[in-house]
Design a protein around this ligand. Structure first.
Ligand code: PGA
Length: 269
C-alpha cells in the first residue's frame, strides 16, 4: 500500500521568495530520493498544502513531478462563485492547480468555529469539484484525559456518515477521494505524541467506523498527524494501521519532510 505524506504549511512561509527557496530544496531532495530509491514514488505519495496565495506557484512547480498540491480549506458557501468576501471556492482551488483540500483541521475548528454542518457543505463542495478531501479529526487534551477520544472521533466522523446518507451518489468518488487524518489536538505543534499503540487502536476504530458507513470505504487511508518528525517517523511507519502522516512544522524543511517520507517508504518494502 502506498503511504501518503502530506505537508501542511499552514500560514508559512512568509514570502514568495521563501516559498520558492523551500520548493528548490524540496524538489532537489525529492529528485535525489527518487534516484536513490526507484521504488520511492510507488511506495510514497507526497502532497504539499500551501496557503491560498501560494497555490498557483506551488502547483505550477509541482507539475511534472510525482507530488500533488492541496489547499488547506475551501469556502462552505459556494462551490463556485458568489458574494462571499474573503472566501476561496473549490472551483477556484481546482483552477489554481490543487487536486485535494484539507478540511476540518483543528485550527480551523478552533479559530473559525467550523461546525458539523459547515464541514458537511465543504466536503460536498470539494467532491463536486473533483477535489479529494483530507478530513481531519482528533480530540483535545481534556477529552483525551477524560478518555473520550473514540466518542469525539465518532461525532466528527458523522459528517461523512451524513454526507453519504444525503448524497449516496458520492460513494464512488469518496472511495478514492477521501483520506482521514487523525490528529490529537494536544499533539499538534507541541512535541507531545500518543504512543504508537494508542494511534494504532484509534486508527483501527476509524477504519471500522468508516467501513460501516459504506463497504467501498473499507480500504480507507488513515494518516496520523501531530508532532511527526524525522526522529519518530519510523515508529509510526512501522505500524500497519498508520497509512502515512500529516506533517506541520517538519514539512517546512525539505530534509525533515523527506526523512519522514523515507521512513514510510522503508516500512512499505
Ligand atoms: P505539527 O502539525 O506536525 O506541527 O504538529 C500537524 C498539523 O497540524 O497538521
Amino acid at each position: 500500500m502506498q503511504a501518503w505524506i502530506i505537508g501542511n504549511w499552514k500560514q508559512n512561509p512568509a514570502t514568495i521568495h521563501d516559498v520558492n527557496a523551500l520548493l528548490d530544496d524540496l524538489l532537489t531532495t525529492m529528485n535525489a530520493t527518487e534516484q536513490a530509491n526507484t521504488a520511492f514514488t510507488a511506495r510514497c505519495q507526497l502532497m504539499l498544502a500551501p496557503s491560498f496565495i501560494h497555490l498557483t506557484t506551488v502547483s505550477a512547480r509541482l507539475k511534472g513531478t510525482s507530488a500533488l498540491c492541496a489547499a488547506q480549506d475551501i469556502s462552505a458557501h459556494s462551490a463556485t462563485v458568489g458574494a462571499y468576501t474573503g472566501d476561496c471556492s473549490a472551483q477556484q482551488i481546482a483552477d489554481a492547480g490543487a487536486t485535494w483540500t484539507i478540511l476540518g483541521h483543528s485550527e480551523r475548528r478552533q479559530y473559525h468555529q467550523e461546525s458539523h454542518d459547515k464541514l458537511l457543505q465543504k466536503v460536498t463542495h470539494a467532491l463536486t469539484q473533483d477535489l479529494g478531501v483530507v478530513f481531519c479529526i482528533g480530540e483535545t487534551q481534556a477529552q483525551y484525559d477524560a478518555q473520550q477520544t473514540l466518542e469525539v472521533i465518532d461525532s466528527q466522523l458523522s459528517v461523512i456518515r451524513d454526507l453519504l446518507a444525503q448524497q449516496p451518489k458520492l460513494i464512488d468518488s469518496l472511495s478514492t477521494r477521501l483520506i482521514i487524518a487523525y490528529e490529537p489536538v494536544w499533539a499538534i505543534g507541541t512535541g507531545k505524541v500518543p504512543t504508537v499503540a494508542e494511534v494504532s487502536a484509534t486508527h483501527q476504530h476509524i477504519k471500522q467506523s468508516v467501513a460501516g458507513f459504506a463497504k467501498s470505504l473499507s480500504a480507507i487511508t488513515v494518516l496520523y498527524g501531530g508532532s511527526v518528525n524525522a526522529d519518530n517517523a519510523d515508529s509510526f511507519a512501522a505500524d500497519s494501521m498508520i497509512d502515512g502522516a500529516l506533517v506541520g512544522g517538519a514539512s517546512l524543511k525539505a530534509e525533515s519532510f523527506l526523512a519522514i517520507a523515507n521512513a514510510f517508504s522503508r516500512a512499505n518494502t
